[in-house]
Design a protein around this ligand. Structure first.
Ligand code: GLY
Length: 426
């Protein structure tokens, strides 16, 4: 079987690593991929939103199935276009992807159906939005309605910060049309967790829980990033909490979307805040989290391709999804300066020394080739993932491996999984 994976980050590298465990998968292509992916798949330089070129490529190569990694092509309706052409593709269609693509759609949907989330208002006038935050007080959350590459959410501690965020989004158009509207939302403080599930629109199979680390520096300080690391399981998602999330969030979402005529197929990811023993949805994503996927797929024992086809064919109920009960961690190695300005083209050494290590894998993100060497090509360069009998064991393996890798100005957090270590001393 020939598979195409769309994307070029750590998430897509982890997906391809998991796919390649199956004998049914003969060949994997990736558009556009990265230097690490190139070692296990044919990378083809087609951008993730060039749907026409992707379709031509899939037809030309007789590819059996396409898996979409990032949200941008999903929000642009790539699934609908592929399906019209009779091509198999994994991911939610345009309407279903609105759960991530429009914060206002997502919040209104949750309100209509009693799915627990913070109180909010949607504004298409910056003047009215500013007036509202001044009356409402702080802390308060300002969100661009549309996709903003993870930069469209500001947790404002003062009214001035909230007003600046509104102006940046709506008046300065920092994220283009994504800022036509803003959602202003009450701030719920608690512990965050990522809850991802596979669904074919009828059956919902939760993945093992995970938590990511969004701030760039230790002790959750510094600016937000795409994610500096992750670990699984997240102790805050107890077995009882998993049941509550399934009953109060995941099942109602799929059920009520279907009632509104939208069949959700693919990955449903709820970004949760757990407060006083109750889950609140901060946001939905219509794809796998990055870097949570790297930690979660390390623990997947079932062949990923079987789950993918279970979703596409609508018989996910026939697939038994099994997970290792070991713990996993993922530590992102970033370019110095990220998430601000950073330099590229720094040679990366030591990657070959990781290969023989048991239970340790490096998933590449922003890497490329220059003069036949692997060099940095992005903010998040790569991530070291490790499996262990407990979280400390996994952390020891990951951090020992990191000592073998080097590039100029390499930066990483030293406190990944600190909540799991503090909560559950081993
Ligand atoms: N790690 C957060 C996300 O993938 O959106």
């Amino acid at each position: 079987m020939k598979i195409l994976v769309i994307g070029g980050g750590g998430r897509e590298h982890a997906i391809i690593w998991a796919l390649k465990k199956s004998k049914r998968v003969d060949k994997v292509y990736c558009c556009p991929g990265n230097a690490g992916i190139a070692a296990m798949a044919d990378c083809v330089d087609i951008e993730v939103d060039n749907v026409k070129a992707l379709i031509d490529f899939v037809k030309y190569e007789w590819i059996d199935c396409t898996i979409v990694g990032p949200e941008v092509p999903l929000c642009a309706g790539i699934v609908d276009t592929f399906e019209k052409e009779g091509l198999k593709i994994f991911g939610p269609n345009h309407k279903a992807a609105q759960l991530e693509c429009s914060k206002a759609f997502s919040k209104d949907f949750m309100r209509r159906h009693g799915i627990p989330t913070a109180d909010y208002k949607v504004f298409s006038s910056s003047i009215l939005a500013e007036e509202y935050v001044r009356i409402k007080g702080t802390p308060i959350v300002v969100k661009a309605d549309g996709l903003a590459a993870g930069k469209g959410v500001v947790v404002a501690g003062t009214s001035d910060e909230a007003v600046s965020a509104i102006r940046l989004i709506m008046n300065d158009r920092a994220f283009g049309a994504a800022g036509d509207r803003v959602v202003i939302e009450d701030c719920i403080e608690g512990e965050e967790a990522s809850f991802m599930a596979f669904t074919d629109g009828k059956t919902i199979i939760p993945m093992v829980s995970s938590q990511d680390h969004k701030r760039v520096f230790d002790n959750d300080t510094g600016p937000n990033t795409g994610g500096m690391g992750a670990y699984s399981p997240a102790p805050v998602i107890t077995p009882d909490m998993e049941k509550v999330v399934m009953e109060k969030v995941m099942k109602p979402v799929v059920h009520y979307l279907a009632k509104e005529g939208i069949i959700y197929k693919g990955i449903l990811y709820a970004g949760l805040m757990i407060k006083d023993g109750k889950p609140y949805v901060l946001e939905f994503n219509c794809r796998l989290g990055d870097p949570e996927t790297q930690a979660v797929l390390m623990r997947l024992e079932t062949e990923l391709i079987d789950i993918i086809f279970g979703v596409i064919e609508g018989n996910l109920d026939k697939v038994k999804v099994e997970w290792s009960n070991r713990h996993s961690v993922t530590v992102v190695l970033a370019s110095g300066g990220y998430p601000g300005k950073f330099e590229k083209d720094k040679p990366i050494t030591g990657l070959d020394k990781i290969m023989p290590l048991k239970d340790v894998v490096v998933f590449h993100a922003g890497t490329g080739y220059k003069d036949n060497s692997i060099v940095t090509a992005g903010g998040r360069v790569c991530a070291v993932s490790a499996l262990g009998r407990n979280v400390k064991d996994a952390l020891d393996k990951a951090y020992s491996a990191i000592k073998l890798i080097h590039f100029d100005n390499m930066h990483y957090r030293k406190d990944i999984a600190h909540r799991a270590v503090t909560l559950k001393p081993e």
